[in-house]
Design a protein around this ligand. Structure first.
Ligand code: NAP
Length: 247
């Protein structure tokens, strides 16, 4: 049975991906930052569905934590076949001129450096050039990478632009190593992340600008992520799926 590591899987899109992955035969590593209870609930619901999962706390922005995350994965499941770089954060709405360097650094450390560190560790085990059997990586970007998020969080949007560049470059770097690298760009999705921006009901405001006139669900994003990881997408790498209701 293949093993999937999902970062930031205690809530939101990560939790939905971890739960849906069980129906596709994955054993799942549910990474989280601090919310142990929520992570354990995700593991509990996977086990209740007959699947296998572990919860591992690790801050993806810290190298030592990321190394430990993959060591624990290997010690428990013996292999790593797929990674979803999902953990991501944003700060309260404000223009760039009001942002502190601490805030910008925190966003980039989690969203960009975290994804790069997790990919680096996964590649060590998955790459055929290292004796692995190959695998898949899906990066969770955002439509913010294209829209820029003016007056709200251009730091976050720029971090997702970096994720798009990472996806393209890494896909080419790993194309001959048995690893496909792709990304999804969610639009406005119903999760807790909007509360960190200071507007828990942001989806209800922004949905008027979405051609489909609604926010997306976490499961709709999870389906796109898992398709990109699946054998059905075996010739797809360096690709992006916008899961955004047409926005
Ligand atoms: P969310 O509901 O706020 O959940 C965030 C998850 O990330 C939680 O599991 C959290 O763990 C974890 N996390 C935060 N910082 C972490 C760190 N340093 N190390 C490890 N885990 C960390 O977020 P979401 O809305 O599902 O977003 C998931 C991804 O989708 C993000 O990359 C986000 O940028 C992207 N996205 C979301 C939307 C949207 O509208 N929701 C749109 C476009 C893109 P704890 O529970 O322990 O705090």
């Amino acid at each position: 049975m293949s093993v999937l590591v999902v970062t930031g899987a205690s809530r939101g899109i990560g939790a939905a991906t971890a739960k849906l992955a069980v129906s596709q035969g994955y054993r799942v590593v549910v990474n989280y930052l601090a919310n142990e209870q929520a992570a354990n609930q995700v593991v509990g619901s996977i086990e209740a569905a007959g699947g296998s999962a572990i919860a591992v706390s690790a801050d993806v922005s810290l190298e030592a934590d990321v190394v430990r995350l993959f060591e624990e994965t290997l010690s428990r499941f013996g292999q790593v076949d797929a990674l979803v770089n999902n953990a991501g954060i944003l700060g309260p709405h404000m223009p760039l001129e009001a942002m502190t360097v601490e805030r910008i650094t925190r966003v980039f450390n989690t969203n960009v450096i975290g994804s790069m560190l997790c990919a680096r560790e996964a590649i060590k085990f998955m790459s055929t050039s290292n004796g692995g059997v190959g695998g898949g990586i899906v990066n969770v970007s955002s439509m913010a990478a294209k829209l820029g998020s003016p007056y709200e969080y251009v730091d976050y949007a720029a971090s997702k632009g970096a994720i798009d560049s990472l996806t393209k470059g890494l896909a080419i770097e790993l194309a001959e190593c048995g690893i496909r690298v792709n990304a999804v760009r969610p639009g406005v999705i119903h999760t807790d992340i909007h509360a960190s921006g200071g507007e828990p009901d942001r989806v209800d405001r922004v949905k008027q600008n979405v051609p489909m006139k609604r926010g997306g669900t976490t499961v709709e994003v999870a389906h796109a992520i898992l398709w990109l990881l699946s054998a059905e997408a075996s010739y797809v790498t360096g690709a992006f799926i916008d899961v955004s209701g047409g926005r």
